[in-house]
Design a protein around this ligand. Structure first.
Ligand SMILES: Cc1cc2nc3c(=O)[nH]c(=O)nc-3n(C[C@H](O)[C@H](O)[C@H](O)COP(=O)(O)OP(=O)(O)OC[C@H]3O[C@@H](n4cnc5c(N)ncnc54)[C@H](O)[C@@H]3O)c2cc1C
Length: 384
């Protein structure tokens, strides 16, 4: 039977970052199991690639304070590109309540050491982007080091580096069961059994199924998100940041010669729905033209639009770390729309926990599974 020091279930960006961080820390026998024939067929390949430190809770901000500088130096460190583009995130507030919220977040972000974030006036937003309808904009916040990465490149970069340094990726290998082996586990797969002391659940939107295999109920639910890329469009600057209309959550960023449009439809319900719903296009174009009048001229090819799954938790924070009831079983799940931007921090945290039992990157007890049963949830409201 194949043995491995650590088995990681799921070869998306989270599993790949954990493989990289473990290997870089000296763990030479890491095996990543991916059921698809290629990496990126889960949520990672569907992502918008946004990275930001503009969150409301300290733990999310801290995860970004590790992850964004990591992405900035990714190419240099790993020798593979991550496509980091620091074009910023611009939150546009349309009510005093939203502005107060941005101000409180700004204070928390600065207190934790974020230097590049600033509050900006409505006039400054108007002068930056006169194309925005700004009659109701009261101000905003902007962080220049926020921006975008190429999630597929970052994922393959992490995995390629790890594979070059001793880790292995088994594609086309589905995990079908996990048996206790006292100590450790036997992981049953479509390619045979693997014996290991340490299993990491990095199965994205399918994480609850993997957790079930060891008797754990994981509150992670799939929720469809849809993205609409436009045809080439030059009436809005391509140097623009991610721009968020806080009145309804519509946001967009430049992508290739056009723009990528996103909006979190409040009518969406949980489930493994991966097909794109054509009626979404009219809804999102209405929001787009409402905030950016020149977007009335946008052309969209519905065949290029796509859908993917967020992995939602009840408090919109990931579930990270060991599970005391199942020694050797670790969770890296439930990123609630932030798994690409928080993948570097997650890799470091899981690697620290597996190799030394603790981490100084965050207080990981804040993100443990027990918080749901014990009423210690910490709500992130800055979810896009
Ligand atoms: C439309 C959309 C836009 C998004 N935008 C952003 C954004 O701007 N910024 C951001 O940070 N995040 C964003 N996200 C979220 C982000 O994509 C996810 O949080 C992230 O990709 C999760 O990575 P992962 O590796 O955990 O999951 P995945 O990429 O889904 O990888 C999990 C892997 O596990 C494999 N797997 C599952 N079950 C098994 C099994 N039994 N055996 C073997 N393998 C298995 C799957 O095949 C899959 O490849 C977006 C998501 C979507 C859908």
């Amino acid at each position: 039977m194949r043995t491995a020091e650590v088995v990681i279930i799921g070869g998306g960006i989270v599993g790949s970052s954990i493989a990289y961080h473990l290997t870089a820390a000296g763990c030479k026998d890491v095996l990543v199991l991916e059921r698809e024939t290629a990496q990126g067929k889960g949520s990672t390949g569907k992502s918008m690639g946004g990275v930001r430190a503009q969150f409301s809770t300290p733990v999310n901000i801290q995860m970004s304070l590790y992850s964004i500088p990591f992405y900035a130096s990714f190419d240099e460190r790993l020798g593979f590109p991550a496509g980091y583009r620091p074009q910023g995130y611009l939150f546009c507030a349309t009510s005093d309540r939203h502005m107060g919220y941005l101000r409180r977040n700004f204070e928390t972000q600065v207190a934790l050491g974020l230097k590049e974030v600033r509050l900006i006036s409505a006039d400054e937003i108007r002068s930056m982007f006169p194309q925005l309808r700004s009659d109701d904009i009261v101000g905003g916040s902007f962080c220049a080091t926020d921006g975008f990465v190429d999630p597929y490149s970052a994922m393959t970069g992490f995995m390629s580096w790890a594979a070059d340094h001793g880790a292995q990726l088994w594609k086309n290998t589905a995990v079908t069961a996990i048996r206790p082996n006292r100590p450790g586990f036997v992981v049953e797969t479509t390619r045979g059994d693997v014996s290991t002391d340490t299993v990491v659940n990095a199965a994205g939107a399918w994480a609850a199924n993997i957790a079930n295999m060891v008797g754990i109920t994981l509150p992670v639910e799939p929720l469809r998100r849809m993205l609409v890329p436009t045809e080439p469009f030059d009436q809005f600057p391509h140097s623009a940041p991610m721009i968020i209309d806080m009145s309804n959550g519509f946001h967009f960023r430049p992508e290739a010669l056009g723009f990528l449009l996103a909006w979190n439809d409040p009518e969406e319900t949980p489930g493994y729905k991966s097909e794109f719903e054509p009626s979404f296009i009219e809804k999102i174009l209405t929001h787009a033209a409402d905030r950016v009048p020149v977007f009335e001229n946008l052309a969209v090819n519905p065949k290029r639009a796509w859908a993917g799954l967020y992995e939602m938790t009840p408090d919109h924070h990931p579930i990270l770390g060991a599970v005391p009831e199942v020694p050797g079983f670790y969770l890296a799940n439930g990123f609630s729309g932030h798994g690409v931007m928080h993948a570097p921090a997650t890799g470091k945290i899981l690697s620290d926990l597996i190799l030394s039992g603790n981490t100084d990157l965050i207080d990981v007890s804040l993100l443990d599974l027990a918080r749901f049963a014990e009423g210690r949830t910490i709500h992130e409201t800055a979810v896009l």
